[in-house]
Ligand binder design. Sequence first.
Ligand SMILES: *Cc1c(COP(=O)(O)O)cnc(C)c1O
Length: 420
Amino acid sequence: MKDETLCLHAGYAPGNAEPRVMPIVQSTTYVYDSTEDIAAVFDDPTRSLIYSRFANPTVMAVESKIAALEGGAGAMCTSSGQAATLLSILNICSAGDSFISTPMIYGGSINLFSYTLKKMGVECIFVKPDADEEELHAAFRPNTKAVFGETLANPSLQVLDFGTYARVAHEHNVPLIIDNTFATPILCKPIDFGADIVVHSTSKYMDGHALQVGGVIVDSGGFNWNNGNFPGLVEPDESYHGLSYVEAYGKAAYIIKARMQLMRDFGVYPAAHSAFLLNIGLETMAIRMERYCENGLMVADFLSGSDKVEAVSYPGLKSDPYYQLAQQYLKGAGGVISFNIKGGRANAIRFMDALKLASNEVHVCDIRTCVLHPASATHRQLTDAQLEAAGIHPGMIRFSVGLEHVDDIIDDIKLGLSAV
Ligand SMILES: *Cc1c(COP(=O)(O)O)cnc(C)c1O
């Protein structure tokens, strides 16, 4: 089935006289007839439900829907996008291992990779932005276990060269992990371009309505873990009576290990009610993405024509350095635009404070237009010199186009620019 249909129907098919809408199964636990029955579930937790820290029917329906949309073998929801990124790495990296990442990723991922994972003994090797094949090869060490990148980077909006990253990762027998938050499976299916694991912050376009924070990990089911690099997936797991994930679960080894081991121990599973709300967002995602892309392109075009704007980053613009890669890998460039106001920080603040429709908030990819000045908010601790070094102009605005009529959005931008 096509994406529009999967968005509405994948993951839940009611039987005769069952509710049309997937119910919220609001229960921490599940009842068994006998000790023998419950023992059998502990022997193989994939057979049935044990406890809502591992799995819950409402959340599972959403997991199946997202797996279907991404073309994966399985998925696991998490309580935030950060938790999804963390577990996607910890599922294959232990203390003493390393992984490679492009720096063109979400700021929260940069913090996690540079500081917190480092304290846990897992090192992130950052390559240069747009590192080429040779530079990627050169970054590998004997203990490197994965390559990480973002389809459409938040907030810089660079597009990843999937061809190169997937090829090099696979030559070294490690998986490519992709954060597909900004593109969603509607604009890009990373598994089609060689990704092995896909993560999302569902808090953004998937939820779409700014209702609840969440994340998800999707397993393509296509990576061969039995290549000598991943003993944790192949050798007996002592914490599960000597089970080998690859032997027992084949294609779904990675995602089942993530649930049975990491979700069991870290406990970052979402609530059933959150999954219910996420599902409502997913139902309209395909349609919403079309309009975000249309509005985004018109707003980016308008901004490029303004003499008060210095530079516009939006890979849907023909003038954008990532236009070709966007044509190759994306069905549209989404609704997030970064641009620099002439006159730096002071003018950016004047622009922000004159807006009436767009809300000033720390969020993106909402149904309503929202806007952020990184130099005053998320990157406030940095001096202007440090901002430049991090590739963030003091006059940079991150503008997330919503589903209002585009004329109203552009009128609001005109109001902002007239204050500059
Ligand atoms: C927001 C975001 C995250 C983190 O997700 P949370 O749900 O806020 O924890 C990760 N990656 C990207 C690209 C994001 O935009």
